[in-house]
Design a binder for this molecule. Structure first.
Ligand SMILES: [Zn+2]
Length: 64
């Protein structure tokens, strides 16, 4: 995975799903709604709790 372009990355499996979906973006703020939509459509997670949002942000930070 190329990470030298300053982009942030999110991998769905980083938050515990057996899922290969990943996302690249410039900021957490930009990525979160897309991740939320993916979670709703693919994982039936219709309500994204604050706790889950923090979990996602942590995963993004770990990936740089
Ligand atoms: Zn997923």
């Amino acid at each position: 995975m190329e990470q030298s372009n300053g982009k942030k990355h999110f991998h769905c499996k980083d938050v515990g799903y057996a899922c290969d979906w990943q996302l690249e973006g410039d900021s957490e703020e930009e990525m979160l709604p897309v991740i939320e939509q993916h979670a709703a459509e693919v994982h039936n997670l219709t309500h994204f709790k604050e706790e889950a949002v923090e979990h996602v942000k942590e995963a993004i930070r770990r990936n740089g």
